[in-house]
Design a protein around this ligand. Structure first.
Ligand SMILES: [Cu+2]
Length: 321
C-alpha cells in the first residue's frame, strides 16, 4: 500500500500544525512558529519529509486498527455481560469449550490483522534503510554533551561543533535566577545548527566518541543511535518549501547533561545552502591563514588526508545494505 492512499484514508488523525498546544510554542514569535515542529503536542508530528508522513500515516493506520479492535472486543464483552447475566436466568453454553472451529477463527483473524499491518510497515522500513543516491553526506559524532558535524561531498571540509545555546546554558544552572520561560527555545537551541539543503537526500553517518547518544529530529521522522566504534546511517529529504529550523534532542540517556545537547537543523534552499557552504569555507580559510603561511604544504594535505578514512568508512557502510 502506498503512502498517498494512506494519507487519504487517515487524514482524520492529522494534527493541526499551527495549534499552539504548549506554553513553549505559545511564547515563540510568528516567524519562529512557522518553522517550529509540526507536532500539536499530543501526537507524533506530521513532519516535513515524505518518510515522516509515511511513518505518521502508518502510526495512524495501526492506531485506528487498535481502536476498531477495542470497539469490537469491548462491545462484545459488555453486551454479553449485560445480556447474559445470571440474574436474567442465563445458562452457560458449554458447546464451544475446546471447539476447534472457534480456535481456528480466533487464530486466523489476528494473523490476518498482523499481516495487514506488517506489509506496509515492512515497506516503510525498507525505505528507511535505503541509503542509495544521497546528495550530501555528513558525519555526525556525539560527545558528552555536544554534536560534531563534518561535511563530505560538495561541502567537504566544513566541520564544527554544535553545543547548547548560551542563554539556555545560563538559565539551566541551579539557582540561576533566570526564568526558563523567558528563554526562547529553552534547551532546544544551539550555538551552531546543522545546515542542510531542502529537496536533497541527506545521509548522516552517526558515531560517538564516548557513550551511546541518539540523533533525533521528530519532524524528519529520523532517529538513530550514535554508538562508539560503529557507524550508523540515517537519511532524510526535506520537502522543498519546508525550509526552516527544526529541533530535536539527544534521545539516548547519555549521562549527566543528556538533556542539554539538543539537535537543531536549519533547512535552506539549495542556493542558500551553497552560499552558506561558501561562506563557511571562506571563514575557515581566513582562520587557517596564519598556519598556511607557516606550512602551506601541510595545510593543503591535511584536509584530504583526514577525510580519506571517512570516505572509505562511508563506502564500507553503504555496501553493507
Ligand atoms: Cu547524548
Amino acid at each position: 500500500m502506498n503512502s498517498i492512499r494512506f494519507q487519504k484514508m487517515l487524514r482524520l488523525g492529522r494534527p493541526m500544525a499551527a495549534l499552539p498546544a504548549t506554553a513553549a510554542l505559545a511564547s515563540l514569535s510568528v516567524a519562529e512558529r512557522a518553522a517550529a515542529n509540526t507536532s500539536n503536542g499530543y501526537n507524533l508530528p506530521y513532519g516535513v519529509t515524505d518518510l515522516a508522513h509515511e511513518i505518521y500515516d502508518l502510526h495512524m493506520l495501526v492506531f485506528w486498527i487498535c481502536v476498531g479492535i477495542a470497539i469490537v472486543v469491548f462491545g462484545a464483552m459488555i453486551y454479553s455481560l449485560l445480556k447474559f447475566r445470571h440474574s436474567q436466568g442465563a445458562v452457560p453454553d458449554t458447546s464451544m469449550v475446546h471447539s476447534t472451529k472457534v480456535e481456528i477463527v480466533w487464530t486466523v483473524i489476528p494473523v490476518l490483522i498482523l499481516v495487514v499491518m506488517a506489509v506496509p510497515a515492512a515497506e516503510t522500513i525498507l525505505k528507511i534503510e535505503d541509503m542509495r543516491d544521497s546528495g550530501l553526506t555528513i558525519r555526525v559524532t556525539g560527545y558528552q554533551w555536544k554534536w560534531q558535524y563534518q561535511y563530505m561531498d560538495a561541502a567537504e571540509g566544513v566541520n564544527f561543533f554544535s553545543t547548547l545555546a548560551q542563554d539556555s546554558n545560563f538559565a539551566r544552572e541551579l539557582h540561576s535566577g533566570i526564568d526558563p520561560r523567558s528563554v526562547p527555545n529553552y534547551l532546544l537551541a544551539v550555538d551552531k545548527p546543522l545546515v542542510v539543503p531542502s529537496g536533497t537526500k541527506v545521509r548522516l553517518l552517526l558515531t560517538s566518541q564516548d557513550v551511546i547518544h541518539a540523533w533525533w529530529i521528530p519532524d524528519f521522522g529520523a532517529k538513530r543511535d550514535a554508538i562508539p566504534g560503529f557507524i550508523n546511517e540515517l537519511w532524510f529529504n526535506v520537502t522543498p518549501g519546508k525550509e526552516g529550523t527544526y529541533r530535536g534532542q539527544c534521545a539516548a540517556l547519555c549521562g549527566r547533561d543528556h538533556g542539554f545537547m539538543p539537535v537543531v537543523v536549519e533547512v535552506k534552499t539549495p542556493d542558500d545552502f551553497k552560499k552558506w557552504v561558501d561562506a563557511q569555507k571562506a571563514e575557515m580559510k581566513q582562520a587557517a591563514a596564519p598556519a598556511d603561511a607557516a606550512a602551506p604544504a601541510a595545510a593543503a594535505n591535511a584536509a584530504p588526508a583526514e577525510s580519506a578514512p571517512l570516505q572509505a568508512a562511508a563506502l564500507r557502510t553503504a555496501s553493507q545494505f
